[in-house]
Design a protein around this ligand. Structure first.
Ligand SMILES: *[C@@H]1O[C@H](CO)[C@@H](O)[C@H](O)[C@H]1NC(C)=O
Ligand SMILES: *[C@@H]1O[C@H](CO)[C@@H](O)[C@H](O)[C@H]1NC(C)=O
Length: 574
């Protein structure tokens, strides 16, 4: 009798165990974000790493780098860096349920767009979300396909991912382009970054091969007298053996940002040429820094990526942030006196022979990355002041979303600065005056101010909105995501969800999502969609929305570092 019962207990126990494990796995799988293969050392064919016959390696070098100028990644074990992510308490069942619902909503938004891309624009750069056609904007190598690879992986869309990788391997060739001129920066962050991240997540050697191929192509853009890259590069000229010359100056964000992808590629392939090229840029920028004070995300990302083995990047970040905190950020005067910051534009000029700095009190959606950058920098370098500033910057971006009629921040807006950072009461008259000033009026007149506010549809606090578009950009949700992972503050989840719903309400089309012309109109019905969906919508924006509603250990900031295009690379860890 007793034995009989026990016999029964065992199968029941086994069934329960299997159900439990099945449940765990089914819950974990979409959240796992890594294929099991990626965890094991892979056999990568040496030919993949070093194919001397490859097209771009056959182009004769015009300006060889002398051996003594070749730099190698520092030897030695990576340094332990401070933890970036907060400790997250155990979630309640209802919190978890809500979070997973939101996560599923983001995933299905992505799935719709992916299906539209597959159906209407397969292997092209972008799907056009209103006309259901395609266009090529970034070299014609399937920008959306490559930018979305790691998102497919992170969202657990295995079948779509496998089909995508097969197409990448069979159908994308970097030997020619459908465009005459390519943008070296965009090609690096989208294609090279996309392949490297997808490789780091999946371990599929076909992706490493593509990364190396696009890396070999980009390396030719560095074949100039000073070994600085040509940022707008004509492939045809390079393949026909013409001499190339790099511009004297290039956007810092552009060339600085190449360092991450090039360093990661060298670390994976053990071929130092890319790292060496990136260091060459870095040294030039470091030399310039004392003259120009350049802020940027990439120095701090390089600290994380390199496991602390490139300390000069930490110094560059610290120097740049001193300047940014002093000059770029301002507290705007807003009706609820919210204690927020906006990152403006510092302009330097010379007055009476003395250099002076003024801040243009305009905010840009693009610059919303700054809060996330300072949060990571503050954690890695133990600068608590950076964390405080970071939070105010992120709150500033959220504030700008919340206080627009549709709940979406425009591309560019102006605000009136507070007189003091500590105390900033709302003063309507002062706001109206600032509106008039922005419009170039020379005297105060309440009626014309009111007319301007109505005509320009300015919500209280905003003094001008010169670019009213929303183009599906990721920077606000990027820094909300980072702030959430570094603080664990649940209010950020609510903010993220509000932003997601607002964006869906106005950008959703019959097949995908579209950029919109004007977010100052009163209702979603009045919004004009402009038939454009850049690859960063699926590569970045939806990825960050998904990650915000995922378990905090999915792409933990203590193991991964994101490039400019939201592609996560594995960090070197001790
Ligand atoms: C992709 O490559 C495969 C294999 O070479 C080929 O059969 C297929 O037609 C290609 N598809 C496109 C759209 O080029
Ligand atoms: C971080 O800085 C604080 C002071 O600002 C100090 O008390 C603390 O020990 C530092 N932590 C580390 C890990 O260096």
């Amino acid at each position: 009798m007793f034995a009989g019962r026990r016999r029964l207990v065992f199968p029941i126990g086994a069934v329960l165990l299997i159900l439990y494990l099945g449940y765990k796995l089914s819950v974990r799988r979409p959240e796992a974000g890594l294929w099991p293969e990626a965890q094991h050392p892979l056999h990568v064919n040496p030919k993949v790493l070093n194919d001397e016959d490859y097209f771009w390696r056959q182009i004769p070098t015009q300006y060889p780098v002398p051996p003594q100028s070749m730099r190698a990644f520092p030897q030695g074990p990576p340094v332990a860096l401070p933890k970036i992510q907060a400790e997250f308490p155990q979630e309640t069942t209802s919190d978890r349920k809500l979070r997973l619902q939101r996560q599923a909503a983001v995933r299905s938004a992505f799935q719709r767009c992916w299906d539209a891309y597959v159906k209407h624009a397969w292997l092209q750069d972008e799907v056009t979300p209103l006309s259901a056609s395609s266009k090529n904007t970034f070299g014609g190598w399937g920008a959306t396909l490559v930018d979305s690879l790691d998102t497919l992986c992170i969202m657990g869309l295995r079948q779509e991912f496998d089909e995508a990788v097969t197409a990448v391997a069979a159908n994308i060739s970097f030997e020619t382009s459908s465009l005459t001129e390519i943008n070296v920066f965009e090609t690096t962050i989208r294609y090279l970054g996309g392949f490297l991240a997808a490789y780091d997540l999946s371990g599929d050697p076909r992706l490493l091969q593509k990364a190396r191929e696009v890396g070999d192509m980009l390396y030719v853009a560095f074949d100039t007298p000073n070994h600085m890259p040509i940022t707008r590069w004509e492939l045809g000229r390079a393949t026909s053996g013409g001499k190339q010359q790099a511009a004297e100056w290039a956007l810092v964000a552009e060339i600085g940002s190449l360092c991450m992808e090039f360093t990661r590629l060298s670390l994976i392939t053990n071929d130092q040429k890319w790292f060496s090229a990136a260091e060459n840029i870095m040294l030039a920028l470091q030399k310039q820094q004392m003259e120009t004070k350049l802020p940027g995300l990439w120095p701090i990302s390089m600290v994380a990526l390199s496991g602390g083995l490139l300390p000069h990047y930490g110094d560059m970040y610290t120097e740049a942030m001193k300047t940014a905190i002093k000059y770029n950020f301002f507290r705007p005067m807003v009706p609820d006196s919210a204690d927020i910051l906006v990152s403006g534009i510092a302009r330097t000029s010379t007055e009476n022979g003395k250099p002076s700095v003024t801040v243009e009190t305009q905010g840009q959606h693009l610059v919303c990355f700054a809060g996330g950058m300072l949060a990571i920098g503050g954690k890695l370098l133990n600068e608590s002041g950076h964390l405080t500033t970071a939070r105010k910057l992120v709150d500033g971006c959220i504030w700008a979303y919340e206080n627009m009629p549709l709940g979406i921040m425009p591309e560019v807006f102006w605000m009136a600065p507070c007189d003091s950072d500590s105390d900033c009461p709302w003063d309507e008259k002062k706001w109206m005056q600032a509106v008039l000033e922005r419009a170039g009026a020379d005297k105060y007149d309440i009626d014309s101010a009111a007319d301007l506010i109505k005509e320009r549809r300015l919500p209280p606090g905003f003094t001008d909105i010169p670019d009213k578009r929303y183009v599906l950009r990721p920077e606000a949700i990027e820094s909300v995501f980072i702030m959430y992972r570094t603080t664990g503050d649940p209010r950020l989840l609510e903010a993220a969800w509000a932003v997601f719903e607002a964006i869906q309400a106005v950008t959703k089309t019959d097949i995908a999502n579209s950029a919109v012309a004007d977010v100052t109109v009163a209702s979603p019905a009045e919004v004009r969609q402009t038939d454009s969906m850049e690859s960063f919508w699926m590569g970045e924006t939806l990825k960050y929305f998904y990650l915000v509603f995922s378990e905090p250990d999915l792409i933990s900031l203590d193991e991964w570092v994101f490039n400019t295009e939201a592609h996560p690379f594995r960090r070197l860890l001790p």
